[in-house]
Design a protein around this ligand. Structure first.
Ligand code: BES
Ligand code: MN
Ligand code: ZN
Length: 499
């Protein structure tokens, strides 16, 4: 698909997204004139409610053969528009023509570049096909998504220079998001730790970032005892995936990203109930977000240095699996009593955080993890939980999330919540034993492995990475975090200025 950003081209099929605001009636009157129909009839029949769609077929020889009116409801943020266009494309893709235009000329020029980016990303993401493993259905690529298809976004003339670069940006975001969706939706038997490692290698070569692996022998030898313990109950061995993008230089900020990469979480010997266990193929949502951020940063050549660590393991039930009560020694040297083998995420993250910090000290350190059911009970599925003691970092991450709709909500890091992690037999235990504030005590556990880094944030994305949507029958991947991280990286000034 070729993307064109223009202020005048007139494709013969044009999509017009419309907001329910005080300009709606006059815009509808203009459209009615364009297609040669009565304004009052159109204003009566189309109210721009969210997802409302109306197709008009102009008879009066104008430039367009079809006009699709798409209602956006009352709000039109970046996220709303992206979601509306993804929905439209998802629902209508098989019927859309190879040449489609989207008219954004009625939006304020200052907002148009950003809205064009949301439009293009959304339309392209709507073409995502979740049914990779379905047989019998013909895999025909719709005319609209084909290689020769053409998508034109019309923006106000004044915004054209600023809007031009979003063609490539949105292409990078959409292509990356679709790969991340595929990775997240992939079942556990197609996504063992080593298969994940291979996937990363391929994309590192393709996009130009560095990758190194610590395989199980090295994990044991280098004493990453927590990652080793979590992985040892599975015939599919664990691996620590280390990522690197951009060079070391005095004025390049270094950002560290760590993502939980549990490719399947049965809970281990502290076994999970079976009802929703299949969803635990998505327990590598943190890893997916980190990978997406590396892929986007490398493709857009962002002026930053990123270092990353993904502890990948399968948390299984087995005769040699780690048992409740076992004491393990983490890479940082601290001993942990594993009181619950289902609290495995914090164990693998502990080693990944400590390992990353041993190699290099980033100015900002962010970990992302589908860490606790507790964060879903606390704040639901509208925001990820943000845990940090650094107010400036909290503000910057929150702002990035608000700007792209991948919201974060700050949670407390009060010391009192950490005291329940005291163990009688080891330095720490991994579960408090109290069914309360579990997402907070998980964050307090991780804090022990950050060497008191002054700009560390933990994002608990258990409610966000895999969710209900209009795009699938059951919960499915969202690619949450990819845009949030990228926008944060783009906005982040050198730590010296910001902290
Ligand atoms: N991967 C789960 C958390 C999770 C739950 C993610 C639901 C997505 C949806 C994590 O490893 C886990 O099992 N957490 C336990 C922690 C508890 C034992 C302290 C939980 O949330 O119950
Ligand atoms: Mn678990
Ligand atoms: Zn888990």
């Amino acid at each position: 698909m070729t993307v064109i950003i223009s202020d005048q081209k007139t494709p013969d099929a044009l999509l017009v997204p419309l907001v329910q605001n005080d300009r709606l009636n006059s815009l509808l009157a203009d459209l009615a004139l364009r297609v040669g129909m009565d304004a009052a009839t159109l204003q009566q029949d189309f109210r721009a409610e969210s997802k409302e769609t109306l197709i008009l077929y102009p008879k009066n020889g104008g430039p367009e053969k079809r006009l699709y009116l798409l209602g956006l409801g009352k709000k039109c943020t970046f996220a709303d528009l992206q979601m509306a266009l993804r929905g439209f494309s998802h629902r209508t893709k098989s019927k859309l023509p190879a040449q489609l235009g989207v008219d954004l000329r009625h939006f304020p020029a200052s907002e148009a570049p950003r809205l064009a980016e949301a439009t293009l990303t959304g339309l392209s993401m709507g073409l995502y096909d979740i049914g990779r493993f379905r047989t019998g259905t013909e895999k025909t690529i719709p005319a609209f998504g084909s290689e020769t298809s053409e998508l034109t976004v019309l923006v106000p003339s004044e915004s054209l220079p600023a809007a031009l670069p979003v063609a490539r940006r949105s292409e990078v975001f959409a292509a990356t998001a679709k790969k991340i969706l595929d990775l997240m939706n992939a079942p556990g038997n197609f996504k063992t730790p080593l298969m994940l490692a291979d996937w990363v290698k391929q994309h590192a070569v393709e996009h130009g970032f560095g990758v190194r692996m610590l395989h199980v022998d090295a994990i044991e030898k280098e004493r990453l005892g927590a990652l080793y313990a979590v992985g040892k109950g599975s015939p599919n061995p664990p691996v620590l995936i280390l990522l690197e993008y951009g060079n070391k230089s005095a004025d390049t900020p270094v950002i560290g990203l760590v993502g939980k990469g549990i490719t399947f979480d049965t809970g281990g010997i502290s076994l999970k109930p079976s009802a929703n266990m299949h969803y635990m193929k998505s327990d590598m949502g943190g890893a997916a977000a980190v990978l997406g951020a590396f892929m986007v940063a490398a493709q857009l050549k962002l002026p930053v240095r990123l270092i990353g660590a993904i502890p990948a393991a399968e948390n299984m039930v087995d005769g040699v699996a780690v048992k409740p009560g076992d004491v393990i020694t983490t890479y940082a040297g601290k001993t942990v009593e594993v009181t619950d083998t289902d609290a495995e995420g914090r164990l693998v993250l502990a080693d990944a955080l400590a390992y990353l910090l041993k190699e290099e000290t980033p100015e900002v350190l962010i970990d992302l993890a589908t860490l606790t059911g507790s964060i879903i009970r606390a704040i639901g599925t509208q925001a990820g939980g943000l845990f940090t003691s650094n107010d400036q970092l909290a503000a910057a991450l929150t702002a990035s999330g608000d700007a792209c709709g991948e919201r974060l909500w700050r949670m407390p890091m009060w010391e009192e919540y950490g005291s329940d992690l005291k163990s009688d037999v080891a330095d720490l235990r991994n579960y408090t034993g109290k069914p309360m504030a579990e997402s907070i005590s998980a964050a307090k556990f991780l804090e022990h492995f950050t060497s008191a880094h002054p700009a560390w944030a933990h994002l608990d994305i258990a409610g966000m990475a895999f969710a209900d949507s209009e795009f699938a029958q059951t919960k499915s991947a969202t690619a949450y975090g990819v845009r949030l991280l990228t926008e944060f990286i783009e906005q982040w000034k050198k730590a010296g200025d910001a902290l």
